[in-house]
Design a protein. Structure first.
Ligand code: ZN
Length: 153
């Protein structure tokens, strides 16, 4: 007997996300996260010539979202701790991001092992030389899961 095909939809979604309409360029970022509570990069940057950035977060682990969920949140480095604290209060149902938090520049969905999420965000309000950071807002992860984000001239 054949097994059910409930995974087919997920696989198709992942395949679509991995195939942008244009070739990967400097305005495209791919970052991995894993079951060891880690991102695989600690410094991200895009050139100022990018009007928008397309970022894909992958979770290469197998643990479920409830136990080892990850997201990718961008803000100024100054705002980062408060966003994480408020996000904890927002809870899992809101991907650990406070509703309409204007300090958040961009964020992906919270994902579990084997999942990916792709977002596109404008860099019009971001300035070269300013201090931006990215992090995971899952409770307790920000201590390890964070890095710098910069706009380069
Ligand atoms: Zn995380």
């Amino acid at each position: 007997m054949k097994k059910t095909h409930y995974l087919a939809g997920l696989v198709l979604m992942s395949a679509t996300a991995a195939m942008p309409a244009f070739a990967a360029d400097d305005c495209t970022i791919e970052i991995n996260s894993n079951d060891a509570m880690q991102f695989d990069q600690s410094e991200l940057s895009v050139p100022a010539s990018c009007e928008e950035v397309t970022l894909t977060l992958h979770h290469t682990g197998t643990m479920p979202k409830a136990a080892m969920g990850h997201n990718w949140v961008l803000s100024t480095t100054e705002d980062m701790p408060a966003i994480a604290t408020d996000g904890m209060g927002a809870g899992a149902d809101h991907d650990y991001i406070k509703a309409d938090d204007e300090r958040v520049i961009a964020h992906t969905a919270l994902i579990g092992g084997g999942e990916s999420d792709t977002i596109t965000f404008s860099t019009a309000d971001l300035k070269a030389g300013d201090d931006y950071s990215f992090f995971c807002s899952f409770p307790g992860h920000i201590g390890i899961m964070k890095g710098t984000f910069s706009i380069t001239e």
